[in-house]
Write a protein that binds this ligand. Sequence first.
Ligand SMILES: Nc1nc2c(ncn2[C@@H]2O[C@H](COP(=O)(O)OP(=O)(O)OP(=O)(O)O)[C@@H](O)[C@H]2O)c(=O)[nH]1
Length: 407
Amino acid sequence: MSAQPYFDAVTLAQAMAIFNAYSVVVWLVLGELFRISPQACRAMALGHALRLVTVLVGPLLLAAPVLGSLVFAWLSIGSTLALVIAWQRILQVRKGRRLPWAVAGLAAVVVLVSGIVGRGDVARLAAGLCLVILTADACVQLRRTLWRRLPLGVSLGLALPFVGWAVYGLVRSAAFYVPAWGEHFMQQGQPTALTIALSWLLHAGVSLSVLILLLWRLVSRVQTLVRLDGLTGALSRRAFESALLTALAWLRRGRPFALVMIDIDFFKRINDQHGHAVGDAALKHCVRLWRSSLRESDQLARIGGEEFCVVLPGADLTLAASIAERMRSRLAQTPLRWKGLSIPITASFGVALPATGDETGDATLARVDAELYRAKAAGRNCVCVAGEPAQAAEAGGSGPALPEGAA
Ligand SMILES: Nc1nc2c(ncn2[C@@H]2O[C@H](COP(=O)(O)OP(=O)(O)OP(=O)(O)O)[C@@H](O)[C@H]2O)c(=O)[nH]1
């Protein structure tokens, strides 16, 4: 008794059509309703729609084998191109974006010429080779853009369906010229159950890779929004609180740190005199300048309107005081240039070490805040260090540089 296959080609083709129709809806909802990478989602929907058409028109093409091969090849090229374009958009590929278009365009022309000379097999071969090149290019793009940012297993998992698809494309192309292979893929001009199952599986796998990448991008974007202050790009208050707790945890294991709190002087007057846009530019100007005075591991955060904090891992009080002084003098010597105006900006700095036994960060913040308060009281544009007397700034010997119009 010969074993019956679980699924015949017709049932599989129907299931694949339903899957593709459903995928079109899902990708359109993601792109148009939820506005998640709309262009990539549209391309994915188009790729699935073309696959759906391929399944639906397959039986109709039996009557005209050469025309059938032509249409099939074009649909295959179009759906693969749509998928690879979606992939490129999500990876934010910059280099080599035109390659898939050029390869697909060339393959489409070869298909047309093959149709004219009545060589349906060459048309299908061209589509197969196009699939191989486009999927191989998708793997190269993944390697170029995300390989180091994702765990190796995840990168390999994402690339696997593309590799599988490329291998499938190669084997199918070769099968046109090896009759023993060919009958596994096509019988009486129609794809076999094996062909439909494989192409469905690989196409679904590629689609899933794109979906995972899309979600990963979305999650990273949300994390960045939460972590960074939208205006200045410094850490947000929330991220600062977690950095402070981490630093306190490290302190308990013997790794010291120091804290600097900064408040821009007479910031309200900058806003009042020049407008909010200049106020915003001033905040960005300060962050840009201060960043260049800090190391990669130092964490600069905007914790309020014109209030900032820096966690300095590994720093003692002397080092922290000298860093704060460098930040202060850099700002005092570098006015903001705005539409021909030169707007001087200064800031006051408090420096302290963490309070003993502080687990929540509150006592440490209170300590450094007290130093900042002393700096303000001492005339602004100066650095006050816990345990040391307040010193009025010398800012190049000119005293506190007040913004224009300051009293
Ligand atoms: N442009 C702009 N202004 C902001 C922003 N956040 C807070 N501010 C303004 O910052 C000003 C802070 O003013 P104050 O708290 O009085 O402090 P100050 O004028 O710097 O005075 P001192 O701190 O005593 O030197 C307020 O006018 C806020 O409206 C922002 O994101 N952009």
